[in-house]
Design a binder for this molecule. Structure first.
Ligand code: CP3
Length: 359
């Protein structure tokens, strides 16, 4: 029998009924507040740096043992309520055969940027079996994680497209915005193809055992609400809709999204991740549609404040937990990823504090 992700039944051998994170993601308030950190599996940990010594990022991302071990490191060290799969948003692009590298200190760099209709048409389709080494990592993880749920993830079409079009990281996204406005058909073709890759990546992870997923649209906050609704929302909604049948909670996150929160809600996720710029009680107001249930939120401690003194951090954590009570349920997290120079002991202390608070 073939061992592709598609032919395997969902791994149902884990009993996660007691998971505070999954309860909160489903809109129930668990006894204690759940917490995990975006980019928890990364350069802030000395054991991560030791394991990655001499191993290029992309090699690590296609090595099942590395994937499993790096994902487990922050779970062991901090006692967080979820593991986040060690991978990167560009992994499905690389698996499809697109020439992208992760340059240390820079981020994704694309050898041949995708800037016109011909380049979009040349993009390969992601065949699910190309993800097998990555999904072997997922399978190892679910055997080793015990009662901790695994969050799988993918990059949303806009954030992925911005790297492909710009050719690398950008703070202005001028080529991306120019393309979407000047050549909307080319834009929609590109975003549609990236949505399909995200669906393949997410379905693969869930079928291999992931218990929840997060769609990272990290840079969507660069757009106006009008741009987001016209050029991005249909594609992100397609991704989230195409995994609805898998029945795992779906988290949708971006940075600087205060102006577009209501539209991100409309994309159809179960939980919306909020950065530190909007207090969670205000985010709940913006996310609550007339006649619709109160939303579940995730966030939103400013990762920069992990460098402040402990009394400052403690006060911020308590404030955020209080504001999170406006939501149907709250998953504590940072407003964006852990910075590489963060003291890991501070993260452990934050987990202990959050766990002393009611869900
Ligand atoms: C935009 C984005 C990327 N990648 C990702 C996003 C969305 C999340 C976000 O908004 O931060 C997602 C991502 N990337 C990585 C994870 C692993 C799981 C985790 O701990 O959260 C996740 C969830 C590992 C990584 N992804 C990357 C590293 C560092 C590579 C290394 O250690 O050599 C890791 C551990 C590289 C990367 N990859 C990307 C960037 C901007 C960078 C940083 C470049 C740098 O400063 O070195 C693209």
């Amino acid at each position: 029998m073939s061992t592709t992700a598609q032919s395997r039944p969902r791994t149902a051998h884990r009993d996660l009924a007691g998971s505070p994170l999954l309860a909160a993601a489903r809109g129930r308030r668990p006894a204690r507040l759940p917490v995990w950190f975006m980019r928890q599996a990364g350069r802030s940990l000395p054991e991560y740096r030791a394991l990655r010594e001499g191993v290029p990022m992309m090699k690590a991302c296609f090595d099942p043992e590395m994937i499993a071990e790096i994902t487990l490191q922050p779970v062991r060290r901090h006692g967080v309520d979820a593991a986040i799969f060690f991978s990167d948003i560009v992994v499905p692009l690389v698996a499809a055969g697109i020439d992208v590298d992760l340059v240390p200190g820079t981020g994704p760099v694309v050898t041949e940027p995708v800037r016109d209709a011909a380049a979009v048409r040349r993009l390969p389709v992601l065949e699910p079996e190309r993800l097998e080494p990555v999904l072997d990592g997922t399978r190892l993880l679910v055997e080793r994680l015990g009662e901790t749920p695994l969050i799988g993830f993918a990059g949303a079409p806009f954030t992925l497209a911005s790297y492909l079009i710009e050719g690398g990281p950008s703070r202005t996204w001028e080529r991306t915005k120019a393309l979407m406005h000047s050549e909307p058909a080319v834009w929609h073709d590109l975003a549609g193809r990236l949505a399909e890759m995200a669906v393949t990546f997410l379905r693969g992870q869930v079928e291999a055992g992931a218990d929840a997923v997060q769609l990272f649209d990290s840079w969507a906050g660069a757009l106006t609400l009008r741009e987001y609704r016209e050029f991005v929302l249909p594609h992100s909604a397609r991704v989230l809709g195409a995994i609805a049948d898998l029945d795992v909670p779906r988290i949708h996150f971006g940075v600087g999204t205060g102006e577009i929160l209501s539209a991100m809600r409309d994309a159809g996720a179960d939980v919306v991740g909020v950065d530190w710029r909007v207090p969670l009680d205000e985010a709940v107001r913006r996310l609550t549609a007339q006649g619709e249930p109160v939303p579940v939120v995730q966030g939103n401690l400013d990762p920069a404040l992990l460098h402040a003194s402990w009394p400052v951090i403690e006060a911020q954590v308590r404030r955020i937990a209080g504001e999170g009570r406006a939501a149907a349920a709250h998953i504590f997290n940072l407003g964006h990823g852990v910075m590489p120079n963060t003291d890991p002991d501070v993260l452990t202390r934050v987990v202990e504090l959050v766990h002393s608070l009611e869900g």
